[in-house]
Write a new protein. Structure first.
Length: 387
């Protein structure tokens, strides 16, 4: 071996994590390039018409009037897109792909804080970028779930670092993009009751940011909340391409819709009672367990769940799997079922399209039950998380 080769290999070994991250970043970009020309039904039926209407109304001049059913801040993003010299499909997907990378970076921060291991942090970064449900969501479907999930993941990192006020700011930012950000609220309530380390006033940051942004965009103080109330009334199904428990019971929203919400609240309340009764040491591993359990419970029992509502859960399960390995099976089951649901919505006629929903739901319910049972038994999901 020549001296130059030895020096090059030594340098590569010292910087192996950064080189790995760079290589994965390039591969992830190439994967996404193959989906950039794909037109989904959501893009042709909703996203493109919204873009055209906002552009016709003057771009930024249109943000005071509601177009479509997404929140004010995302409409602001669309308005800014209209000034870019690129095709609207590229603009939509480019924004979401950018947040794919930011989400992967925030997942790496969480993994590093959970384990103290730079290698696991790098693997978490790679895992999120290469997770099919992530790149299909952004680069093929032109959806924006990576945006709100990125802010939620940053809030988790802030909570692990005990930067609580900044964590609530991140949750508030996530709420500006998607209503599903509120799925983290049961976890925050559990943390508030069990740890007593932040004030209940922190929760007011979420509506306060909504009011400020709505006012700045000329919508009045309740603009954000009005949009979300209208969203909740648009669909009346117990499970909309989502494999939760209601696929095994009934799709009668008129009969089970409100009881399902009350049931979910009761189950989350029972979980909080158990948590307070056992008084466990709230280590980083315990926080991750409570967060996954509350998110999964919301997805499993709330009505009107769509195929993309487990996005944050899937990313968290992956991060947990990278950090300990014990969550790998749950992450795999949730990811595969999510991809089947994606296929049902995007690619008619695929093998996954014909997979029975009751079968998917049975597998998902079983996985959820096994996770809850193991968690109640004190299972530690993260290796080396003693903080």
């Amino acid at each position: 071996m020549t001296r130059l080769e030895r020096r090059a290999l030594n340098w590569a070994e010292r910087n192996r994590i950064w080189l790995f991250a760079a290589a994965v970043s390039v591969l992830a970009a190439l994967i996404r390039l193959y989906g950039l020309d794909f037109h989904s039904g959501d893009y042709d039926g909703f996203l493109r018409p919204w873009y055209d209407e906002i552009k016709a109304n003057g771009g930024l001049a249109a943000i005071g009037t509601q177009v479509g059913n997404y929140n004010v801040l995302y409409q602001l993003c669309i308005a800014l897109m209209t000034y870019l010299p690129v095709h609207p499909l590229t603009a939509y997907k480019g924004l979401s792909v950018l947040f794919d990378y930011l989400l992967a970076g925030s997942a790496a921060l969480v993994a590093r804080e959970l384990t103290g291991d730079r290698v696991r942090a790098a693997l978490a970064y790679a895992g999120v970028l290469l997770l099919p449900s992530v790149f299909v969501n952004s680069a093929y479907w032109a959806q924006c779930d990576s945006i709100y999930t990125c802010f939620l993941m940053l809030s988790v990192w802030c909570l692990l670092k005990k930067r609580d006020t900044l964590a609530f700011v991140c949750v508030a930012a996530a709420f500006q993009f998607k209503l599903q950000a509120i799925f983290i609220l049961p976890f925050l309530i559990c943390l508030y009751c069990a740890e007593k380390r932040f004030s209940i006033l922190n929760f007011l940051i979420i509506p306060a940011m909504s009011i400020v942004i709505s006012l700045l965009c000329g919508r009045g103080p309740w603009g954000t909340f009005r949009i979300y109330l209208e969203q909740t009334g648009q669909h009346t199904g117990m499970a909309l391409s989502f494999p939760n428990v209601w696929n095994l019971i009934s799709d009668r929203y008129d009969v089970f819709g409100r009881p399902a919400v009350l049931l979910t609240i009761a189950l989350l309340g029972a979980g909080l009672l158990l948590l307070l009764s056992r008084k466990p040491k709230m280590t980083h591993a315990a926080l991750l367990t409570v967060l996954i359990a509350t998110l999964w419970t919301c997805c499993m029992f709330l009505p009107n769940m769509h195929e993309r509502y487990a996005y944050f859960l899937n990313v968290l399960l992956l991060v947990g799997a990278v950090c300990g390995g014990q969550l790998l099976g749950y992450a795999a089951v949730s990811e595969v079922l999510t991809l089947i649901m994606y296929a049902k919505c995007i690619w008619n006629g695929s093998v996954a399209y014909n997979t029975p929903m009751y079968l998917c739901a049975a597998v998902y319910v079983a996985a959820y039950g096994m996770f809850i049972r193991a968690s109640l038994g004190g299972r530690t999901w993260v290796s080396g998380a003693g903080k």
